[in-house]
Ligand binder design. Structure first.
Ligand SMILES: [Mg+2]
Length: 198
């Protein structure tokens, strides 16, 4: 079974790192609690180009942390599931994400796929990926509007507006990677479409 996993703010603390970079640059002391929008205007009026430059910078990746519990999760589940990271970003940004994951997940025979979406900056939409029969994990509700069989909204105890349901859709809501592990334990034994025991 395949699991499609988002990168920014699902696997890693992207928002925290960008806020740190803005704080350093402009002498602020903002935190993720101050964040109200996707483009960090609630932190400081940076331009879209500045945001993209930060996401493409070495500094971003040099000081990026995993979300709590993710490393343990991947250690426990990588051999039972096919892992595909699927992430929106520029070509440079996605290339760096893939390299960072390879470096930071030091497993022998480590095998994962990485799908970078929106590299031409034209169409950021995960629904272009066929996720039928798979589980999808993302911190953004609208990114879950795909054909995945099971959709998991990972909130990490946040309540951002992009985590609110924008339409009727079946999904599971979790706050931790340990909870995601429990969900996968279930689907190791039960078919995710029919819910019959395998
Ligand atoms: Mg995300």
């Amino acid at each position: 079974m395949t699991i499609f996993i988002d990168f920014d703010n699902t696997v890693v603390e992207s928002n925290k790192r960008i806020i740190e970079m803005i704080n350093d640059k402009y002498g602020l002391s903002k935190t993720e609690e101050d964040l109200k929008d996707y483009n960090f205007q609630s932190i400081y009026p940076i331009s879209v180009k500045e945001k993209i430059d930060m996401f493409e910078s070495d500094s971003f990746y040099d000081n990026l942390d995993f979300k709590p519990g993710f490393e343990n999760f991947i250690k426990n589940y990588a051999s039972d599931f096919e892992i595909v990271f699927v992430s929106n970003g520029t070509t440079k940004n996605n290339k760096k994400k893939k390299e960072w994951l390879k470096t930071m997940l030091p497993y022998q025979n480590w095998n994962f796929d990485f799908i970078g979406i929106g590299e031409d900056n034209s169409f950021l939409n995960k629904s272009r990926v066929d996720m039928s029969g798979a589980i999808q994990i993302d911190d953004c509700f609208d990114c879950l509007l795909t054909n995945a069989s099971i959709k998991v909204l990972y909130k990490d105890f946040n309540n951002f507006k992009w985590q609110q349901p924008s339409k009727a859709e079946d999904y599971l809501m979790v706050n931790t990677w340990e909870e995601i592990g429990s969900i996968l334990d279930f689907y190791k034994e039960y078919d995710c479409d029919t819910l019959t025991k395998k």
